[in-house]
Design a protein around this ligand. Structure first.
Ligand SMILES: NC(=O)c1ccc[n+]([C@@H]2O[C@H](COP(=O)([O-])OP(=O)(O)OC[C@H]3O[C@@H](n4cnc5c(N)ncnc54)[C@H](O)[C@@H]3O)[C@@H](O)[C@H]2O)c1
Length: 417
């Protein structure tokens, strides 16, 4: 990205903040430390709005080989920031996909210094301290986690370790090394016990229904503690099911595109009117980058599309874009299903200037295009062979990242660039 483009990116970002909150801040006067508060907005978030930091950043992106992390890293690099990735490259799903995500970034940014990749476990305090000492990242985008609701019931320990211990290591070091903003992935799964239709950050989420959800809630609590003790700026981002190119192969959108394209059977639970909020990857990336740029003292944000798609529409849209008719095995409703779940994005809109722009129809069209461009599920130089342990089709009880179990394999530390 040229300096002109980068400035344009920042300008656009600021413009949206101004549009939403009618900021009267003085962006641009000090490109390295813009923290003034927007005013004149009329929402209940009036007094909270923080203007975006403008200028170059060095960002530590954990989980940067994964789906969301690699996509965020790409956006940061594209606008001129430097990125340090830490990822243990575990085999929760096909490691070739993660290798291919890293290779792609390295091919795009071969120049020394722009992108540095460490292969290692975020729970390793010694390793992580040396990375902070060597790299001195000013900003942290923590996407690494064991993701997935169901596997966390089978093996809660690995979730507690990676998600809670790993996050604590990062918060501890971020406080010690004066990180200016720490943004991390929480999950809509924290709303697991909720009966609401629109999930709002104000809701009490003290009743997580899986170890995975409990680890995410625990990280939100720890975030408050680190803010309280050390004045570390932290934002927790509750993602609502993310999908799109290079998406996780264990999740329903990938599974439906794959199975329907191949003529394989999908399972349909209930009458198909149940509905979920699916968020296209570029909208999530936009929300994450906006959050990195805005060092809120302590905030929790929903990042979703803000409206739901029914199971029947989901199947129809995939059929339309694959040109195939789904082979559907009809099954009864699953116990505990809620008919409609959806993010309230009012707060992210007011405080981040966030607005999802990609419709589910368009997102699936792009996902199918990507799927076809790499030869479907079989040949991709780093693809996924469907395994029996993968879920069969749509699993309505999971509100966020529904996954299959995988074994942990920590790869040795290897600063490869
Ligand atoms: N994808 C979704 O729909 C969704 C929804 C809600 C929340 N989230 C959260 O968003 C984040 C990113 O999810 P994703 O879909 O990209 O998952 P992903 O599995 O593709 O990426 C996570 C990455 O973290 C790495 N990792 C895991 N434990 C690690 C450890 N201890 N040390 C170093 N690296 C480690 C993995 O190797 C992987 O590459 C996660 O925190 C996840 O819980 C995702």
């Amino acid at each position: 990205m040229t300096p002109e483009n980068q400035q344009q990116y920042y300008n656009n970002n600021i413009q949206i903040c101004s549009d939403v909150s009618e900021s009267s801040s003085s962006i641009g006067e000090d490109a390295t430390d813009v923290m003034s508060v927007c005013s004149n907005s009329s929402s209940k978030y009036d007094d909270l709005v923080v203007s975006p930091h403008v200028g170059h950043k060095k960002v530590l992106v954990t989980g940067g080989a994964g789906f969301v992390g690699s996509s965020v890293a790409e956006a940061l690099l594209a606008r001129g920031d430097d990125v340090v990735i830490v990822d243990e490259m575990n085999d929760y799903y096909d490691v070739n996909m993660k290798e291919s995500n890293l290779r792609r970034l390295q091919d795009m940014y071969p120049r020394e210094g722009r992108l540095v990749v460490y292969r290692g476990n975020i729970c390793d305090l010694t390793l992580m301290r040396s990375i902070f000492e060597n790299e001195r990242p000013g900003w942290v985008c923590h996407m690494a986690a064991r993701a997935g609701v169901r596997p966390s019931i089978d093996d809660p320990f690995i979730y507690i370790q990676s998600n809670i211990v790993g996050t604590t290591v990062l918060m501890e070091l971020s406080a010690k090394f004066d990180v200016r903003n720490f943004v991390f992935a929480s999950s809509s799964s924290v709303y697991g016990g909720s009966k609401s239709t629109y999930f709002s950050e104000d809701e009490n989420v003290d009743n997580p229904v899986s170890p995975y959800a409990a680890t995410k809630k625990a990280c939100e609590l720890l975030a408050y503690t680190y803010h309280h003790l050390y004045k570390l700026n932290l934002s927790a981002l509750r993602f609502f099911t993310v999908y799109g190119p290079r998406g996780r192969p264990d999740m329903a959108p990938y599974q439906f595109v794959d199975k329907i394209s191949r003529g394989a059977e999908i399972q349909k639970f209930g009458d198909g009117t149940s509905s979920r909020d699916y968020t296209y990857i570029s909208d999530i990336v936009d929300g994450v980058v906006r959050s990195i740029d805005r060092p809120y003292p302590y905030q929790v944000f929903n990042l979703g599309k803000g409206d739901g798609t029914s199971l029947n529409d989901f199947i129809g849209i995939v059929e339309k874009h694959t040109g195939m008719t789904a082979r559907v095995r009809q099954l009864p409703d699953q116990a505990g299903d809620v008919p409609y779940t959806c993010a309230s994005v009012e707060k992210a809109r007011a405080l981040l200037g966030y607005e999802a722009t990609v419709s589910f129809d368009e997102g699936i069209r792009r996902t199918v295009e990507w799927y076809n461009s790499r030869g479907g599920n079989g040949e991709r130089g780093g693809g996924v062979i469907a395994t029996p342990s993968m879920f069969n089709g749509y699993i309505p009880t999971d509100m966020a990242d529904n996954d299959f179990a995988g074994l942990s394999r920590v790869v040795s530390v290897d600063r490869i660039q």
